[in-house]
Write a protein that binds this ligand. Structure first.
Ligand SMILES: CC(=O)CC(=O)SCCNC(=O)CCNC(=O)[C@H](O)C(C)(C)COP(=O)(O)OP(=O)(O)OC[C@H]1O[C@@H](n2cnc3c(N)ncnc32)[C@H](O)[C@@H]1OP(=O)(O)O
Ligand SMILES: NC(=O)C1=CN([C@@H]2O[C@H](COP(=O)(O)OP(=O)(O)OC[C@H]3O[C@@H](n4cnc5c(N)ncnc54)[C@H](O)[C@@H]3O)[C@@H](O)[C@H]2O)C=CC1
Length: 301
């Protein structure tokens, strides 16, 4: 990506920084999570720059934000469609996009990454951004499963790094996990808690991310029932809004595989994290769930 080669060198001390009121936000990664977070931040009056590798990806992200906003205003402005349209227009004006984010980074209070679930790529990104961002800028990761302290170790500002874990779909899910490491300063945690509340979300503080998904592609799961019956059972019998197969397709099977592989590496003897041949096969075939219109299930456009 172009901006990786475009270093602006600055040297900053890593002295403690006081509370940051987060107004300007750069979100790296305009996939389903990055676009959702951008939408919510822009809807609550923040100035957002959404960054990804190509203009085409960013165009798709903006289209997704607009159609999600339409679904939101149908409820919040029901009976007053004109005000709904005004709201959408204002929100869209709060979001700009870029494949070359140096300028946005230079004025960011918060940089939040929502890129691929891969430690090396996230570390490279944070190491790169660390050289460009102002001293007060907080770095946050939306990682589902990777240790924040390892990602933060690529920077000179571990006190200003934390996890900010949103749930999918971001516009609807109320919960955000604010993940502090042993190096995260109380000021950073507080700034992120305040930011999360300003988004209209409910934050919970945690030291580690909660493993929230167990792969449903396991042979032992299939031995007991079909995927359709398991999904129906979990919805009607356990009150889940989606069954585990539907939810995995919704999250993205590539992301689920990244998470599972990470846990399996950490706990190789734990049978829950043993590799799933079915999951691996689907990912190898490019069947990544809803986003590719096929995963455990098939979807219409
Ligand atoms: C992997 C990780 O690290 C962490 C994670 O995120 S794990 C995943 C966590 N997420 C979940 O568990 C989601 C579970 N699923 C659900 O809550 C629900 O199925 C769902 C909200 C996604 C969809 O609800 P549904 O009733 O099945 O479908 P649907 O009728 O399409 O949507 C319900 C409403 O939400 C709205 N909606 C759905 N997605 C939306 C979006 N992206 N933006 C705006 N509105 C949306 C719809 O417009 C619809 O509104 P109305 O009630 O006015 O019609
Ligand atoms: N999908 C989900 O339900 C959830 C995912 N997450 C986490 O959020 C992160 C993103 O997940 P998704 O949005 O689902 O992924 P996604 O695949 O939809 O989007 C990722 C985006 O990042 C871009 N990208 C990759 N490397 C990049 C780089 N170096 N610089 C700029 N952009 C880059 C890709 O082009 C893509 O558009 C992952 O860490 C994932 O674990 C967290 C909560 C829920």
């Amino acid at each position: 990506m172009a901006f990786f080669t475009h270093h602006i060198k600055r040297s900053f001390s890593s002295s403690a920084v006081r509370n940051v009121v987060i107004k300007n936000v750069t979100i790296i990664g305009g996939g389903q999570m990055g676009a959702g977070i951008a939408q919510v931040a822009a809807s609550t009056g923040h100035s957002v720059t959404l960054v990804d590798m190509t203009d085409d990806i960013l165009k798709k992200a903006m289209k997704g934000i607009q159609s999600s906003l339409r679904r939101v205003v149908k409820k919040t402005f029901s009976g007053d469609p004109e005000s709904g349209d005004d709201f959408i227009q204002k929100v869209m004006q709060n979001v700009s996009t870029s494949t070359e984010p140096s300028a946005a980074i230079a004025t960011s209070d918060l940089i939040l990454e929502a890129i691929v679930e891969n430690m090396k790529i996230k570390q490279d990104l944070f190491g790169f951004l660390d050289k460009m961002a102002p001293e007060h800028t907080i770095f946050a990761s939306n990682t589902s499963s990777l240790p924040i302290s390892d990602i933060a170790s690529a920077t000179s500002r571990p006190d200003r790094c934390a996890g900010l874990h949103f749930f999918n779909p971001v516009p609807l899910m109320k919960l955000v996990e604010v993940v502090a490491t042993t190096s995260t300063s109380p000021e950073t945690s507080e700034s992120l808690l305040n930011f999360t509340k300003a988004l209209g979300k409910t934050p919970v503080c945690c030291k580690f991310l909660n493993p929230c998904l167990v792969c449903p592609g396991h042979p032992w799961v299939h031995r007991h029932a079909s995927k359709e019956d398991i999904d129906t059972g979990m919805k009607l019998g356990a009150g889940y809004p989606m069954g585990p197969f539907e939810l995995s397709d919704y999250v993205g099977l590539d992301t689920i595989k990244f998470i599972m592989d990470g846990w399996s590496k950490k706990e190789p003897d734990n049978p829950i994290f043993a590799p799933s041949q079915l999951l691996n096969k689907l990912v190898a075939e490019g069947k990544l769930g809803k986003k590719t219109l096929e995963g455990f299930y098939k979807y219409n456009k």
